[in-house]
Design a protein around this ligand. Sequence first.
Ligand code: PEP
Ligand code: MG
Length: 559
Amino acid sequence: MKRLLLLHWKHSLKRTYKKGDRMETYTGKSIFNGIATGKILFFQKGQQPVTRVKIQDTEAELKRYEEASSLAAEQLNALYEKAVREVGEVNAAVFEVHAMMLEDDDYVESIRNMIATQQVNAEFAVASTGDNFAKMFQDMEDEYFSARAADIKDISERLVNILSGKDSSEGIGEEPVIVVADDLAPSETVQMDKEKLLAFVTRYGSANSHTAILARTMNIPALIGVEISESWNGKMAVVDGYTGTLYVDPDEETLNRMEQKQEEDKKARELLLELKGKEDITAGGKKIRLYANIGGVKDVGSVLANDGAGIGLFRSEFLYLESEDYPDEETQFQAYKTVVENMAGKKVIVRTLDIGADKQVDYFHLDKEENPAMGYRAIRICLDRKEIFRTQLRALLRASAYGDLAVMYPMIISVNEVREAKAMVASIKKELDEQGISYGDVEQGIMIETPAAVMISDLLAQEVDFFSIGTNDLTQYTLAIDRQNMKLDNIYDSHHPAVLRMIQMTVENGHKQGCWVGICGELGADLTLTETFIQMGVDELSVSPSFILPIRKKIREMK
Ligand code: PEP
Ligand code: MG
């Protein structure tokens, strides 16, 4: 498909202009290698500014609103059908709810009244009504109703987009595109259709952000720090992730050169595929487990294609980010079960919800914080809002009956947090026993991503089966460098001796208590350190799926 697209463009280019006519070249920082060729889609943030306009013909305005509302209903029905096919009825239900809200008498009446009595444009009437209703829901005590605020905002935004001709409801469209944006939040990235994404190019964002990590997991070239322009929308471009270059309106020579590079890339990957099925063992006989990091069910195919021996980090919070409301037990159970079943007996380590900081979810209604990375997040939320944690743990335990599932807790700083989490697991197991629901032998581990956890790793090791070192956060907290701050990318140094010593100390303390130790942060994929990690005694490396085979190659070449 992508190749056909390239040929088509090359053909039309030959017809329309000569080489070098109007090509523009930009550079940025590459966060994932690879070449992508395609049309640019300039990504607009969801909300469109709405201005109040006095209208004369209220009847015509009311008609405009009715038409937009019918179109929105059609879109929602289509989305519902698509979601039922792709993710099942339970997950699709949200679109049914949206369609119902769209026709809610109070909501419709408020919009119609504003248009008729205040003589305002439909966009303004919809946006104001949406804001009012969202506020009303938000203030309700009942959690279910307060969570509906996000739904009201969503349908109002859909209507405003239709009315203002900026209908973005079809997401990124049918054709695969290079997405260009000022910045992308993990919640935006995760909702894009991965099949339609050729590359990301952003002005802002740091190399260690979750959006960057997602690009690596999705295996697509991505550049940050590029001086982007909205005028590129719809233009053809090539992203060269090897050099961090973006060519807008590429000339024929560049296209040929890039095509050749892509071919070489493909050949190199094919060579790596010969390593599939081979052991992760050095020539000297040292073994290491090579697992993969995933963000959701859709990434499992890539783990299997790259021959991952297991999943070392399933960032479960992406299930929440993809969702419009708290995913219920059944939805989560189905997701975990699918992953575990697809991995057919290989280990799957699911990290419990790590929300907060850059991973914001509207329906959690988290307060704005001065220092979100050091704030209310991850295990802190889970141990505070236990009903959310309970739902996830029950889903995980139920899914454990279908394979080798392990649970891992993020952002741990104390023995008590671990004990509390384990106590919840124990009580849920008891409950499941009483209900006659089966579960498997679940290993429990923690992420080591705070200096506190490293310093008490001897004590923590007595509580758990394994440690997985999250070097992304461990670097951030050890060096006191915000991983999101692109200005500090150049000094965010995971090779800093303080970080490497912490890894060493964690491995030693873990092993003394019979705890196995892995690394699941991005540093685990750093080929220049693979040998060091093996010498340190690291038992497992968990990396983005596309890094598995290059690391296997490295390991097998080692003495
Ligand atoms: C880490 O901090 O290294 C990690 C693996 O978790 P995340 O990147 O999701 O914070
Ligand atoms: Mg982390």
